[in-house]
Design a protein around this ligand. Structure first.
Ligand code: ADP
Length: 523
């Protein structure tokens, strides 16, 4: 038969274990242990001191003691060794220490029993139970308190472990959250569990809209053929042999911008070889893709746009210079005119390519002067009039059209590019109008034609570098898709805007503005 207090002790310890598994916080757990220990030992007060990392001890939980007096009990834990043999452990001069402490704190504490809280040989703290009246503590009492001391030691150790795990988790979360790469962690179902800030930046999808959903619903990467790669290639469908899977594809952000992402999936397996998590490392490779596209386009321009005029020039020059042929004047003049025309075209293309690369390097310098736009427009029209007898031209400026400050050569190029396009893209001829008007503090210049027009969906894109509308006419018409890109860059460098109004089949009107006055330009 258990003696009565043993039974009660068992109940108390059970209650404490239950509280421990339900993960109460450390101060409440220690207080619960202390309360139970003091009660079962028929004491009036109790104290738990814990060891800090630097080895010093400090009071962590108390029972039945006035809060303001606790630190005055310090003689009780002064200079206690950090390691000990549990069986021989005792506080030297404990009764003297008690007397000192109770006098300092002004509390009548008559008897004390103290036991170490030990993890292996290390004393992590001490538990005290006090009586202010009644008989001395017995060996039995010491034994009872030893059990509570063990409980308290385990509780503190658990709390430290929990804290370590918490800290480790916070550290990991911070690393993932602040990583420059996008990080997405999926569980075995391919449901998103983690979605970091960089990924939100790349995709525009907030964590709340991603976490808890299937990865292929949120990050639906499509290859160039429009096939969803995330869905078919996700490693849980086809586990990769080498443990990693690399997928590249495009996705569209909520703001409509297309981004190219590279996704590196690394599955984690449990002991039985089942996938537990998949960590996906996501990178924005749009710039790389752009650079690749530019390189390819450049190569195709060089091979097509440059090769054609060169072979025409070579062909004509070779034919005209044949010693055995006796060309009449007219044939000779026609041939030389073709050579000159093609050389001009080459020259223009090379200049455009050079300007585009200068622009990319940030070196578009403007030489400002006062410009007489109506006379510049007239000269530009004269320059192209001979190119076509199918087109008629009109100039439309009010008589008091103001001078505008700008770079003469650059604005001349703008007019020549727009006029050249107006001719190129109205193969059946028609009227080409160049005009200007004053609106508020700007002049608005217009170049319009009655040609093939531009679909609405393409009207913004045509100002991008190397961008051409895909049509049979474009395919037959020489061009590198650089003219409008340069027009836009030049006009914007002047502080103006450029846009197009057009209806397919009915013609296009290109507009650009230049600010009147000197302030904006000289700033
Ligand atoms: P390029 O003419 O060398 O192709 P541009 O940058 O000047 O390059 O023009 C880009 C594209 O915009 C052209 O390929 C053409 O499809 C379209 N475009 C430009 N101007 C016109 C116009 N006046 N009418 C119809 N389409 C045009």
């Amino acid at each position: 038969m258990f003696p009565d207090y043993r039974l009660r002790q068992r109940e108390h310890l059970l209650q404490i274990s239950r509280a421990m598994t339900s993960r109460l916080d450390l101060p409440s757990l220690l207080r619960l242990i202390l309360e139970n220990a003091v009660e079962i030992l028929s004491g009036q007060a109790g104290l738990i001191v814990l060891r800090r990392e630097d080895g010093s001890l400090y009071p962590r939980a108390s029972y039945g003691l006035p809060v303001q007096a606790i630190h005055l009990l310090e003689p009780l834990w002064r200079d206690l060794p950090a390691t000990a043999d549990r069986r021989q452990w005792q506080i030297p001069d404990l009764s003297i220490r008690l007397r000192l402490a109770s006098a300092a704190a002004g509390i009548a504490l008559r008897q004390v029993v103290a036991l170490p809280m030990m993890i292996q040989d290390e004393v992590t703290g001490v538990i005290y139970s006090f009586r202010s009246r009644g008989v001395d503590f017995t060996t039995n009492d010491r034994q009872v308190l030893a059990d509570f001391a063990d409980q308290a030691a385990i509780t503190v150790q658990n709390a430290h472990l929990y804290q370590q795990v918490d800290e480790e988790r916070d550290r990991l979360n911070a690393i993932i959250e602040n990583s420059g790469d996008g990080v997405m962690i999926l569980d075995a179902d391919r449901t998103i569990r983690t979605w970091n800030r960089a990924l939100t930046g790349m995709t525009g999808v907030l964590p709340v809209d991603a976490i808890g959903r299937h990865c292929y619903d949120v990050l639906d990467l499509r290859n160039q053929q429009g096939v969803s790669v995330c869905h078919t290639a996700c490693p849980l469908v086809n586990p990769p042999a080498d443990g990693r899977l690399y997928v590249e594809g495009d996705t569209q952000r909520a703001d409509g911008v297309k981004v190219s992402l590279a996704d590196n999936y690394s599955p984690a397996y449990d002991e039985d070889g089942n996938i537990t998590n998949v960590v996906a490392n996501v990178r924005d490779v749009s710039l790389l893709r752009d650079a690749e596209e530019v390189k390819n386009t450049l190569l195709s321009i060089i091979s097509h746009e440059l090769k054609t005029p060169v072979s025409i020039i070579k062909g004509y020059a070779g034919t005209l210079s044949r010693r055995d042929a006796d060309w009449d004047e007219e044939t000779l003049a026609d041939g030389l005119a073709v050579i000159e025309e093609e050389a001009d075209r080459l020259n223009k293309l090379i200049n455009n390519l050079l300007d585009a690369s200068r622009l990319q390097a940030g070196g578009l310098e403007l030489q400002f002067a006062y410009l007489d736009l109506p006379s510049m427009a007239e000269k530009a029209v004269e320059g192209v009039r001979t190119q076509s007898d199918q087109h008629s031209f009109s100039l439309d400026f009010p008589p008091d059209f103001p001078p505008v400050r700008g770079d003469y050569e650059r604005i001349r190029e703008v007019l020549s590019n727009l006029l050249g396009n107006a001719i190129k893209y109205s193969p059946d001829g028609g009227l080409i109008r160049v005009g200007g008007r004053v609106k508020d503090s700007e002049v608005v210049m217009v170049v319009s034609d009655e040609g093939v027009g531009i679909p609405t969906s393409e009207q913004e894109r045509i100002f991008d570098r190397f961008s051409r509308v895909d049509s049979s006419l474009s395919r037959q018409t020489p061009g590198a898709g650089l003219g409008l890109f340069l027009v836009k860059a030049v006009i914007e460098a002047h502080g103006g805007r450029v846009w197009v109004e057009s209806r397919p089949g009915q013609g296009s009107t290109f507009n650009f503005t230049l600010p009147i006055g000197t302030k904006t330009l000289e700033a």
